[in-house]
Design a protein around this ligand. Structure first.
Ligand code: UD1
Ligand code: UDP
Length: 356
């Protein structure tokens, strides 16, 4: 039995291709949902759209502080894994759910795979960085989305268990992008996502991001993460945000709609690791609202431009970048993250290494 542990929106998107590849190869699988994301549009919609079977259990570990959430997930995971005794566990990405899984499987001595191993922001203040480091060190086999991730793992002495498979999110993107392609040419827009702790935990920071949106002048469509909505309300910025003429905040969308939006984007404004990488699949350049190392290959070719919305100079540079942004045709898009067959490569590596 192979058990997949997931709990957050980007993890459902990463799970789909590997679940299906293992299914095609005839392996028995089940899914544990930590419950970290729980709204219908943050969770169920992805299972429906991506054809993933329902998890057999939901640990209801969402909400609360990092420690509360991680601890709750760990207790539930330990109980389930002791009872079901899987032969292999698969973890995805860099969330509290991922790290909870890594700690529990390591202590129960269950062989563990980490999908999307190796990215590093080189910034320990970032909560996801802590989750990544712990998970990479404790897992038994590491699947990397790009060469840089392989190098990061080499620097940490983890190269022997690392494999370059390419980005599994690209598998999902390719699968869905044909379905999402609209027949009607739609108006081009700026697509925005905004949810990082670093960008939502101070009023000043949130205000500066709203100012950036306003200065862009073009229509900005933002499927708003529930965390960001709550913080805007808490800081008394909700009415201010709604009053920005060119800013359209909508509910979080399913993946088909998200891809449709990205395919209409002339520019993507985001603080999401996943979305900043997907910008290169969708053909829209990216303004990235975090001062950390992210997908450095895309930064180097000026596909991703980092902006600090609190700095006037950085804001001005970002507006120049935004003005020049146009949709990039498919054949001119960079290809740093594999060929869209990461899941098949993972199954092959797991077989070769006798994990299956
Ligand atoms: C988490 C991950 C982050 C990932 C993101 C994907 C960690 C540390 N962070 O951040 O790496 O990029 O998921 O989106 O694991 N909430 C709801 N409904 C939901 C989910 C969340 O209302 O369905 C609200 C809750 O108030 C919650 C807050 O959002 O406390 C933050 O959620 P949480 O899962 O802690 O962090 P994310 O920002 O979603
Ligand atoms: N996404 C989505 N609907 C939304 C916002 C994002 O389907 O309303 C997708 C997005 O295209 C990407 C993934 O969710 O595939 C990224 O998730 P998120 O930004 O929450 O997490 P991160 O990548 O920052 O970990």
């Amino acid at each position: 039995m192979i058990t997949h542990i997931v709990g957050n929106r980007p993890q459902f998107i990463k799970l789909a291709p590997l679940y299906h590849a293992l299914e095609r190869a005839g392996y028995e699988q089940n899914i544990i949902h930590s419950g970290q994301h729980y709204d219908e549009n943050m969770s169920d919609v992805f299972f429906d759209e991506l054809g993933i079977p329902a998890p057999y259990v939901n640990l209801q570990a969402g909400g609360g502080s990092h420690a509360q959430m991680t601890a709750k997930a760990m207790v539930g995971l330990e109980r389930e894994l002791l009872e079901k005794k899987p032969d292999l566990v698969v973890l995805y990405g860099d969330t509290n759910t991922t790290m909870a899984g890594a700690l529990v499987t390591a202590k129960l001595c269950i062989p563990t795979v980490h999908v999307e191993a190796g990215p590093r922001l080189h910034c320990k203040e970032n909560p996801e960085e802590c989750n990544r480091i712990v998970t990479d060190h404790l897992s038994d086999i590491l699947f990397c989305p790009d060469e840089l991730s392989m190098k990061n793992l080499q620097a940490e002495g983890l190269y022997a268990k690392a494999y370059l498979t390419g980005d599994i999110m690209y598998d999902t993107y390719l699968e869905i992008s044909d379905k999402a392609a609209g027949s009607e040419p739609a108006e081009e827009v700026v697509v925005m996502t905004w949810h990082r702790q670093e960008n939502t935990s101070s009023r000043k920071r949130m205000e500066s991001i709203l100012r950036l949106v306003e200065c862009l002048g073009e229509k900005v469509i933002c499927p708003l993460h529930p965390r960001t909505r709550k913080c805007l309300v808490e800081y008394g910025l909700w009415e201010r945000a709604k009053a920005i003429d060119n800013f359209e905040m909508i509910e979080p969308v399913g993946y088909v709609e998200m891809v449709t939006l990205m395919q209409r984007a002339k520019l993507i404004l985001t603080d999401s690791g996943g979305v900043s990488k997907e910008s290169s699949y969708a053909g829209a350049k990216c303004l990235f609202m975090m001062d950390v190392e992210v997908w450095e290959d895309l930064v180097e070719i000026d596909w991703i431009h980092k902006v600090n919305p609190e700095s006037e100079t950085s804001l001005k540079e970002a507006l120049i970048f935004a003005k020049k942004a146009v949709r990039i045709p498919r054949e001119e898009r960079p290809r740093f993250y594999g060929d869209g067959h990461a899941a098949d490569k993972m199954v092959q590596a797991l077989r070769e290494k006798n994990f299956l």
